[in-house]
Structure formats: C-alpha cells, structure tokens
Ligand binder design. Sequence first.
Ligand code: GDP
Length: 295
Amino acid sequence: MFNNLSDKLDKALHTLKGHGKITEVNVAETLKEVRRALLDADVNFKIAKEFTKKVQTEALGQDVLTTLNPGQLMVKLVKDQLTELMGGETVGVHLGGSPTVILMSGLQGSGKTTFSGKLANYLKNKKSKQVLLVGCDVYRPAAINQLQIVGEQIGVEVYAEVGNNNPVEISQNAVKYAKANGKNVVIIDTAGRLAVDKAMMTEISDIHKAVNPQETLFVVDSMTGQDAVNTAKAFNDILNFDGVVLTKLDGDTRGGAALSIKSVVNKPIKFIGTGEKMDAIDVFHPDRMADRILG
Ligand code: GDP
C-alpha cells in the first residue's frame, strides 16, 4: 500500500521533472492525493487540511530535477512531517513515585480494563515491578470481575472493595494498601460511560485530585476515528493527562486517530494495543504509525 501513494504522487509529479523545482501550482495535485490518503486513514478533516498546508510549505522549492522518482521524495517529506507531528520519539511512563500511581481514563469499551492488565503485565515482566490493579467501576460488577480474571491470568493482585460505592475512597485505600504491602506501581482502572458526561468527568476528576497520579493515561479506541478528537479534548480539559493509549490497532483501522489526537491535545501517544491478549501491547512508534497512515 505504501507504494500506492508513492505511485500516485509520482504520477501527479511526473510533469514536474522538466521543471526542476516544485512550485505552488504543480504541487496542488499531489497534496490532493496526500489529503485523500489522510482522510482514508480517518484523520480528522480539519487536521488533514492543516497538515497538507504544512507539507506544501516544506515541498515548495524542493529540487526534483535530480530525483528519478519524485513521488518517493514527496512520500518521504510527508512521512517525516507525520512522524514529527506524532511525537518523533517513543515515550514511556514515569515510574518515579513510591508507589507510582497510574490512572486510566476513557470511555466504556475503549479498552481500559484490558490495557490496565497489559500494562500491569508489561511493568511486572519488563520492569520487574510489584503491581497492584485497582477496580474502581462501582456501577458494573462485571467490570470488577473482568479485572479479577485479568489479574489471575497475569499473576497480579487486584484490589476491590465489594459494597463500597465511593471510587475516590477505594482508590485512596488502594494506594494505602499498596504502600503497606510492598507494591511499587498502582494501576487504577476507572468507570467509563458510552459518551462523555458530566458525572463521569466529575468522578474521574475527583479520583485524580485524591490520588495525585504520576501518570494519567487516556485510552481510546483507534477505530473511533473522527470522534476520538472530541473525546480526547474533553478528557484533557478535565485531567490534563500525560499520554494516550491507542487500542485495537490490530483491526483494519489505518490509525489516523493518532495524528488527530496528537494535533489537538499535544500529548504523546505512549502505547498501542494490538489485540485482546495480555501481551498485545507495544510502545508507540511514530514512524511506524506514519507508514500505516499513509497506507
Ligand atoms: P473498557 O470498558 O474501557 O474497560 O474496555 P475493555 O477493556 O472491556 O475492552 C472492550 C473490548 O475491547 C473487549 O472485548 C476487549 O477484549 C477488546 N479490546 C481491548 N483492547 C483491544 C485491542 O487492542 N484489540 C482488540 N482487538 N480488542 C481489544
């Protein structure tokens, strides 16, 4: 697929060869192809437009005389810009606290519980951490059960309080429990709802204030494409989160949400989820995502 865009750009640019430099007029067709590729990848429309404008500025004046394949030159330019916009480098989680508290936020179904388990497993195996998972969804008993099943699978203790319907209290008690029991990372899985609403925002904001996490992660389903931007903005306005987790990238989504979210909230994408199993987690690589978005 990567060649496809390159071929298309090549075609759009082939008339350029005799002209030497890329000019405003002859780059228009190329940018149309780039914008189409971004929209196909579910990048937010406004962001795709802004992005192509940026590329245009970069592209103008580039020498194509000596280039055998101007399409490839443009693809490289676009890819470099995309990679830079999505963060350039890979970023991990802060593990400074004693214990380190990591708060998960996001809508119901985004993959919070699954990712909490994956992250616990990752920190246990790759960073030799003693992890405590905390179930804070007091509305859906099934959510706590799901977390307990996950905990059993990966051999990580799960803290929950049956009968307590105050998630702020539960999370504070969990941190105390972690300190008393030699855990150095606490991962708090919170309740999500199907759409952003005031009650959910107040609740997560209260938990955030009460436990003062080192790391607040926003989990988002990469298949939600265009909507992801609004959800990310709403959560960031309330939590000023530290990073983003993009789940379900094993599906056929091209992952345009990565570019949209990064452009709107300017927070690093830290991890991706690539399946339902506990080892289906990877740190985010902006360059790989750029390839995927360009298709
Ligand atoms: P929560 O409501 O935010 O806690 O979401 P869950 O963790 O319960 O996930 C919702 C559904 O998405 C479940 O069926 C998970 O198995 C599935 N899921 C979560 N992450 C991934 C992923 O990276 N890939 C795939 N294919 N499915 C995922």
